[in-house]
Design a protein around this ligand. Structure first.
Ligand code: ZN
Length: 456
């Protein structure tokens, strides 16, 4: 019997601590989680603090768990105490006048969005894992997703937060002011830190007015050079209402519009690129007219080869569902998932080089590419017919090698976790990594918070 686990049970009550056979049913996720020593489910910030105090004393590793939908093994918790925020899932307050919402860390993203919507407000973070991912996890990973081009990543959507440090100290920094330059902006230390510097327990989110109009179109484009021009024209012509510019390479578009995928192709196959464009605004009639005008101009000049504009909410949803149907990539399994960032002008050469190198390695290689082109963020899903470690390493060398030359980032939005830590120095210089280590050492000298993630 583990003394620490017994102390945690005495502290929280037996039902809040899962051990042995109780763990498996509670421990599902999108990636490898390992076998935790126990899963601990505190119900309040003071309980999180008490848990960390005990673990700090015992020098016990603690891995925070949210929705466990991350893709870089950031929640791998073998032998650690997995601290699940699932019971701390409430909306603490919504303030329409300030356009803020205070939530607990375990609040599911979709629930936060729906709550804002019910108050005629809008929380703009949107990503595929919306039904499981939690606000705490979105903060820990500085989540991005589909509307970053307009509203920014999680970093821009959080006004304040409360975090518990490794030794149990509660830092309540629940700022709700948009402008606050009174010293360091401490929330930013925790946002994107992947649970290595503190455990976020609450946050004040910045809300926006609920959009009164949504316009969505799918465009077919015949050469890459035209994509940045279409993007800049859309930004300019749509007067700040452009909220998504998602590009699907042809292979991906074909995959999500052929059975067994449910989606039908709104535009014929055969174009190299398909772009989902969305604008959110304040007046449906005016905004639709402008949206159509801007797209018509691009069709006339030949920048866009073909286009379809959604005529109803349901049609908007159907176009989005194609881009969202990422799960179809398992048809090429085994596959690997990459999430990279690079300048838009480098993308075509990068994807071409990667594709060629993959084909050279394996005649059965596949490469699905899609992503948030407006943010310089591509998702690559390569398959080389094998899922083993050697294949993975070879594919990593191909992709990160092609990326390094172009000074891109190995992680646009998924983070580093365990999966990419070996490549951190591809995207960060020695001084940057040394400063990261200084921060880690200062905040977590016993290295108990999500140890081994980001760097060894
Ligand atoms: Zn993404």
């Amino acid at each position: 019997m583990n003394d620490l686990v017994e102390s945690l049970k005495a502290l929280l009550g037996g039902g809040a601590v899962l051990e042995g056979a109780e763990i498996a049913p509670a421990a599902f996720g999108w990636g490898r989680l390992g076998t935790p020593l126990a899963v601990v489910r505190p119900g309040s910030t003071s309980e999180v603090s008490a848990v960390l105090r005990l673990c700090h004393e015992a020098r016990q590793a603690v891995v925070p768990w949210g929705g466990r939908t991350g893709l870089v093994e950031g929640t791998f918790a073998d032998g650690a105490i997995a601290l699940s925020l699932e019971r701390m899932n409430g909306i603490v307050e919504i303030n329409p006048e300030d356009a803020t919402m205070t939530v607990e860390a375990g609040c599911v993203l979709q629930h936060a969005c729906e709550t804002a919507d019910n108050s005629e407000l809008f929380f703009p973070l949107d990503l595929g894992a919306r039904g499981s991912a939690t606000i705490g996890g979105n903060i820990a990973t500085n989540a991005g997703g589909n509307r970053v081009i307009r509203y920014g990543m999680m970093r821009e959507l959080v006004l304040g937060l409360e975090a518990v440090l490794a030794d149990g100290t509660v830092v309540s920094s629940l700022n709700r002011l948009i402008k606050n330059n009174a010293g360091y902006d401490l929330k930013q230390v925790f946002i994107g830190s992947e649970g290595t510097l503190g455990i976020v327990t609450q946050a004040v989110l910045r809300l926006r007015p609920k959009p009164a109009s949504q316009n969505v179109a799918l465009l077919a484009v015949d050469c890459f050079d035209r994509l940045p021009r279409i993007l800049r024209n859309a930004e300019k012509g749509l007067s700040g209402t452009l909220s998504a510019f998602e590009v699907m390479w042809e292979d991906f578009y074909r995959l999500v519009t052929t059975p067994p995928a449910q989606g039908l192709p709104p535009l014929p196959h055969g174009h190299p690129y398909y772009v989902l464009v969305e604008a959110l605004g304040g007046d449906q009639a005016d905004d639709s007219a402008r949206f159509e005008r801007v797209l018509a101009a691009q069709l006339e000049t030949g920048q866009v080869a073909d286009a379809v504009i959604a005529k109803s909410k349901a049609e908007c949803g159907r176009l989005w569902s194609l881009r969202d149907d990422v799960v179809q990539v398992v048809r090429n399994a085994p596959v690997f998932a990459f999430d990279v960032s690079l300048r838009i002008g480098e993308m075509e050469g990068f994807v071409g080089e990667v594709r060629e190198a993959l084909m050279r390695r394996s005649p059965v290689a596949t490469l699905m590419v899609f992503g948030h082109l407006g943010d310089g963020n591509l998702h690559l899903i390569p398959g080389v017919g094998s899922g083993d470690g050697e294949a993975r390493k070879a594919v990593e060398n191909i992709i990160y090698g092609a990326l390094k030359k172009r000074r891109g980032s190995i992680s646009a939005e998924h983070g580093i976790g365990l999966e990419k830590r070996e490549y951190l120095s591809n995207s960060r210089n020695p001084e940057e990594i040394a400063l990261m280590r200084t921060l880690k050492q200062a905040l977590d000298p016993r290295n108990i918070l999500n140890p081994g993630k980001i760097f060894a």
